[in-house]
Design a protein around this ligand. Structure first.
Ligand code: ZN
Length: 328
């Protein structure tokens, strides 16, 4: 595995299970179990983890220990510790806790925005601007990301016009975010749409185009990630065991499964920096912390193919050859 340590991964897998996953299940994972799980994810090689959401404990009791979980995550060297913040107050608390990166959900769907945060999209952009101002003043090294949610469709209003998604991403960049990613909050995206929309967004905001955050609600999560990869996306959100969803988007459940996503990329020769065996082992602290909760994933069920290490290394060599060839 020494080749993993010496090379920069080709894609960044941003694990969102401790936030997106845990906030979508009814049970609350005990704080100590969260710490064990996050450490196991780190041991598997994940270097960006969304560890918590800074929201009132009254609304999401699962996240009441956010500051303590962040404190633990900060002890893991080289880990980018992320937290979701829905508003200025959450951003203040997250910055005080010491996070490296904030992610702000901004709904592209007008109806979802009102249901989710009781704000119009314009009001959300104003809020993003305030959060950026706070960051600039208090913690200039903290990164701020806008996650454009319901970018591919909305369970409340249905279609979300592409031009509105592009407009919103550009507004967030104008408000000062470091990048804007696209989230298929409701699991309605398809690969053709993913290619089209990421291309349009990139045409508008260039290298500030951020992560693909795909859900697997209709089984297209991996296909959508691959489509995003094909048009230049290099950061992918996913959740161990496919936990997650959105409490305000009924029927939308299940992030892309990290284990399957890592398998796909590694088998293609696209390095992730993640050790698949250790990643699968990280399901144990997840299951122990959430007894009885269903966890998903085809790769963990099927097991790694025979000779996986050799297969992976061969694919990586071929991939490197192809990249060198195309650069010439
Ligand atoms: Zn999500």
């Amino acid at each position: 595995m020494q080749d993993m340590k010496n090379t920069i991964p080709a894609v960044l897998i941003s694990e969102v299970g401790p936030r997106d996953g845990l906030q979508s299940v009814k049970a609350t994972m005990p704080t100590e179990a969260k710490k064990r799980w996050i450490s196991a994810l780190y041991e598997a090689g994940l270097r960006e983890i969304e560890v918590a959401s800074f929201v009132p404990a009254k609304l999401l009791p699962q996240m009441a220990d956010a500051a303590e979980v962040v404190k633990h995550a900060l002890t893991l060297p080289g880990l980018t510790v992320m937290a979701l913040v829905p508003n200025l107050r959450g951003a203040q608390a997250a910055i005080e806790a010491g996070v490296h990166k904030l992610t702000i959900p901004v709904s592209a769907s007008a109806a979802h925005s009102l249901a989710n945060v009781r704000k119009t999209r314009e009001e959300m952009v104003a809020q993003v601007r305030n959060i950026v101002a706070l960051r600039n003043e208090r913690a200039p090294r903290v990164l701020v990301e806008a996650g454009i949610s319901t970018a591919f469709g909305c369970t409340i209003q249905g279609d979300v016009p592409q031009d509105e998604v592009v407009w919103l991403a550009a507004e967030c960049v104008a408000a000062g975010v470091d990048d804007a990613g696209l989230s298929d909050t409701t699991g309605m995206a398809n690969p053709a749409q993913v290619r089209r929309l990421f291309n349009k967004v990139r045409a508008a905001i260039g290298d500030k185009t951020g992560a693909a955050h795909m859900h697997n609600t209709r089984g297209l999560g991996l296909a959508n990630c691959l489509a995003a990869y094909d048009v230049g996306v290099r950061t992918f959100d996913s959740s161990l065991g496919g936990l997650g969803g959105c409490p305000y988007a009924p029927g939308a459940s299940g992030n892309v499964v990290t284990e399957d996503l890592v398998f796909m990329f590694e088998a293609m020769g696209v390095s992730t920096g993640v050790d698949l065996e250790r990643l699968i082992a990280a399901r144990e602290p997840l299951k122990a912390g959430l007894p009885g909760e269903p966890v998903y994933g085809m790769t963990p069920q099927a097991g790694l193919p025979k000779g996986w290490t050799t297969v992976r290394a061969g694919a990586a060599r071929q991939g490197a050859g192809e990249r060198n060839g195309s650069a010439a």
